[in-house]
Each structure stands twice: as structure tokens, then as C-alpha cells.
Design a protein around this ligand. Structure first.
Ligand SMILES: C[S@@+](CC[C@H](N)C(=O)[O-])C[C@H]1O[C@@H](n2cnc3c(N)ncnc32)[C@H](O)[C@@H]1O
Length: 317
């Protein structure tokens, strides 16, 4: 659901942080709140302003600040959204500034909304995805080239085979790391699986959003080396990554961190399913996760020369 619908507000919505990942360290937001709080504390009179405090019964984790339309500036009414939903380290400071601001606003301008964090996070994912499409849509290569029917059919067949012969099942809540433009994600959707997808390349993500292989509310542009922070508080039954790599001697530390972060967000007993192009890459995955998981490397189809040739499948201990 879109943020404006979720919060029941009308007008433009602007997130204070420039990207989803920036919400892990809300520097822009704190700067803005500090400036507003400092301006307000210079005066005794409460001001005529509108704000919504969003809380989940435990803490106030988001704030919406209203700016009216300005005909001279040709701008319409806007709500600026600031949140600690992904940055618990700054929760104390955020609430302190929020209280200072709230104490200086006339009480009829302040609304409190109780809302679970999960739908709020889905809505901010959707917000950033829609912004990407708006800003980068014109640079996206060719969304049509994302649709690769033979690969989709092969992945679907592979997933069915693994379930039958290895007991490795893609089920429950699924995270897909390094999803790229969602070419492989399309196969999961056709199997009725709706993963949360993460990749750090905004252009590939935009292409996938435009091609509808990626879903706006389930897609995040973020660096997977910080995955456990990006998905703070969330745990997954299955972790997937298609065509991870290329993994070489120079970038192995990065891929090691991506894999270890993926293990952190996977439940104990959760399923692991990673595909790569070469055998050394698959062996590297096995070596990296073998203290935390029981798994094996397989090559299911010797005919395939390009995609998903080698596979690591396993279960987190
Ligand atoms: C070979 S592509 C595979 C794309 C897609 N999974 C597929 O199979 O079509 C590898 C992907 O890993 C992503 N990637 C590399 N390093 C990353 C990082 N640190 N965080 C998130 N994604 C990363 C790249 O942007 C790229 O989309």
C-alpha cells in the first residue's frame, strides 16, 4: 500500500533520506530535526503547524511533517517523512527531537497514528522503487530483454527437482540477494513465491521494476554487505541468490561478507539455494558457509553453458 494511503494523507510525499539504505543512518533526518527544534525553542508561543507521530505501541518510529501548498513557488502540499524504522541506534535522539518539536506545536496540529512497522517498511520500499522508476526510467536499457523464457522454465524445473530429490524447498518468507533485473526472480513469481529482493545496482533494479519482474514493495536497492542492517528484525525461511558473482580473488572478501550477512537473516533450519557460473565459485560458497550450514555443490545440467550452471544447496544448522 502506498505511503499516502497507509498514513491517510493527501499531497506529495517526500522521504527525508535520499535512498532506502540511507535510512540505516538517518543523518539527513537528524540534521533537519535539529534545525527545526532549534528554531522552535527560540520562541515561547506554540506554532500553527501539522505533524503526525507514527508509533507501534512501543516507540514513536516515524514522523510526518506538513508543508502547505505555495502558489508563488508553484509547489503543492507536501508531507516530509522521517523514520528510525531501520536505524534503532538513533531512536533515543530521534524521540528527543520529536518531543521538543511536538511540545512547540499547537496540540490540535499533532496527530498520533498507531501502525505496525511491517506495512510501513513495505510502503517505504515501494516509495523508493517508484522514485527510481521516475528518476532512472528513461535510462533503463531494454525492459523487454529481461524476459528470458528458457531460463525461467529451467529454474522452475530445477526448483521442482531439488524439492523432490534433496528436500531443499523454496518456501515461507524468502530473501533473494543480488537479484539484478529480476530475470530469475520471474521464475519464483511463476511458482507463487514472492521474495524480498536486494541488489546494489539501481539501474538493474529499475529495469526489473519496469519489466515487472520485480515488485516495488518487495525490492530494495542496498548493499548486501550490510544485509542484516537493511533487513533489521526480519528473518527468512529461505535465502536465494542466482548467478552470484563473478567471484574472483579480488572480490572474495566482499562475497564472503554478502554470504555471511545472508546467513544472519536466515532462520536456523532455513533453506539455502545459490547458483553460480563456475565450480570454483560454488566451492567458495560451500567453504564460506560450511560452519553454519550443511550443504553440497551440484551441477544439475551439463548441457547448460551460461546461467545457473553450478549450484550450492543447503540448510542452515
Ligand atoms: C551476475 S548478476 C546476477 C543477477 C541476477 N541474480 C540474475 O541471476 O539474473 C550479479 C548481481 O550481484 C549484484 N551485486 C554485486 N555486489 C553486490 C552487493 N554488494 N550488494 C548487492 N548486490 C550486489 C550485482 O549488482 C548484480 O546484479
Amino acid at each position: 500500500m502506498r505511503l499516502d494511503e497507509l498514513l491517510g494523507i493527501k499531497g506529495d510525499i517526500v522521504m527525508a533520506e535520499p535512498s532506502y539504505q540511507n535510512n540505516l543512518h538517518i543523518n539527513e533526518s537528524l540534521g533537519l530535526l535539529r534545525r527545526i527544534a532549534s528554531d522552535l525553542t527560540r520562541f515561547d508561543e506554540p506554532v500553527n503547524a501539522r505533524m503526525i507521530v507514527i508509533e507501534d505501541g512501543k516507540e514513536a518510529y516515524a514522523l510526518a511533517l506538513y508543508s502547505p501548498a505555495d502558489d508563488e513557488e508553484d509547489c503543492c502540499e507536501t508531507w516530509m517523512i522521517l523514520t528510525t524504522a531501520l536505524d534503532s541506534e538513533n531512536q533515543g535522539l530521534f524521540e528527543e527531537l520529536l518531543h521538543t518539536i511536538r511540545d512547540h506545536v499547537k496540540s490540535d496540529g499533532v496527530t498520533t497514528l498507531t501502525l505496525e512497522k511491517t506495512p510501513f517498511k513495505d510502503a517505504i520500499r515501494e516509495y523508493y522503487s517508484l522514485k527510481l522508476m521516475e528518476n532512472l526510467g528513461k535510462y533503463a536499457l531494454n525492459p523487454e530483454s529481461v524476459h528470458n523464457r528458457p531460463r525461467v522454465e529451467r529454474i522452475k524445473e530445477l526448483v521442482g527437482r531439488l524439492k523432490k530429490y534433496s528436500g531443499i524447498e523454496i518456501r515461507g518468507k524468502v530473501i533473494e540477494i543480488c537479484c539484478g533485473n529480476g530475470m530469475a526472480t520471474a521464475a519464483l513469481h511463476e511458482l507463487g513465491i514472492e521474495p524480498i529482493c536486494v541488489d546494489n545496482d539501481p539501474y538493474s533494479i529499475t529495469e526489473g521494476l519496469l519489466a515487472r519482474t520485480l515488485k516495488p514493495e518487495r525490492t530494495i536497492v542496498a548493499d548486501a554487505t550490510e544485509l542484516s542492517r537493511v533487513l533489521k528484525g526480519e528473518e527468512f525461511d529461505t535465502a536465494i541468490g542466482f548467478m552470484l558473482g563473478d567471484i574472483d580473488n579480488f572480490n572474495r572478501p566482499i562475497w564472503k561478507q554478502i554470504l555471511l550477512e545472508t546467513m544472519k537473516v536466515t532462520k536456523n533450519g532455513g533453506n539455502l539455494f545459490f547458483t553460480v557460473r563456475t565450480e570454483p565459485e560454488a566451492r567458495f560458497i560451500d567453504e564460506t558457509v560450511n560452519k553454519l550450514a550443511v550443504g553440497k555443490v551440484i551441477r544439475p545440467d551439463k548441457e547448460e553453458t551460461l546461467y545457473d550452471r553450478w549450484i550450492y544447496i543447503g540448510k542452515k544448522k
